[in-house]
Design a protein around this ligand. Sequence first.
Ligand code: GRG
Length: 295
Amino acid sequence: MADLQKAMAESARAVSETLDRLLKVGGGREARLMEAMRYSSLGGGKRIRPFMVTAGARLFSVAESCALRVAAAVEMVHCYSLVHDDLPAMDDDDLRRGQPTCHVRFDEATAILAGDALLTRAFEVLADIPTHPDPQVRSQLVLALARAAGADGMVGGQMLDLMSENESLDMPEITRLQRMKTGALIAFACEAGATLGKASEPARHALRAYAHDLGLAFQIADDLLDVEGTAAEVGKKTGKDAALGKATFVSLLGVERGKAQAQILADQASRHLEMFDEKADYLRELARFVVTRRA
Ligand code: GRG
């Protein structure tokens, strides 16, 4: 795990540098918008999704500069979702990554605009030439991220989540909701390196299967942290799912079975990587990290 932590820290540093370059504050009166975008994307976070991109790209010897742009784009989309999720109209949270949320630090209208602009900047980055010399690869990345982030993916999942308060969803319904809300972006991140590297269909299939199981394991771990973690550890309010009467994997399975299920999924995720050599060790270790993390 020591190696993984070093590799994640190095990837996080490189992604932050890339975000810093891609989100430069200009001189106009609208500079406040970019300040809110930078506040929401440069102030911490585990950078798990960007790491999935850089670790996946490593399997196919993709140029680091290309992988980092895709990693930054996926983090921009993730940060936009957090900014909007924290708004009073949604979860109404005042703490994120241990800091005041964007609408608390700035104001609601600025937070909405900062989220919108992070989302659009992500697509601008993917579509731009330095992301990959082949326009077809760039177009594939744009299409895949749009699908993962939109109505059939993350935003659709958020809609289902908002509608599920005080409803008793069953396991297939929760699984569908979470695969859309958090799984789709994770799946994009895990497959992006294969897209950049023009990998074979079997390789892509293996990464999709890995992402499927890892995404569910990630969500169960997130549910467990909401039950067992503290705000100081997690950097956001905990105990929210129970307070809102939300059905989660853990409310259905209970804590102990939830932990066991997360472990089974993480092991299963790693087994999907059998066709890859030791270059996939970081992804294998990541599966263990996802279910043992405390934040
Ligand atoms: C509002 C469009 C819109 C979508 C919101 C993903 C999402 C949908 C909301 C995020 C809220 C949330 C707490 C979801 C649960 C899983 C999750 C995405 C947790 C946060 O991800 P981490 O743990 O966070 O990777 P860091 O801060 O480390 O990046």
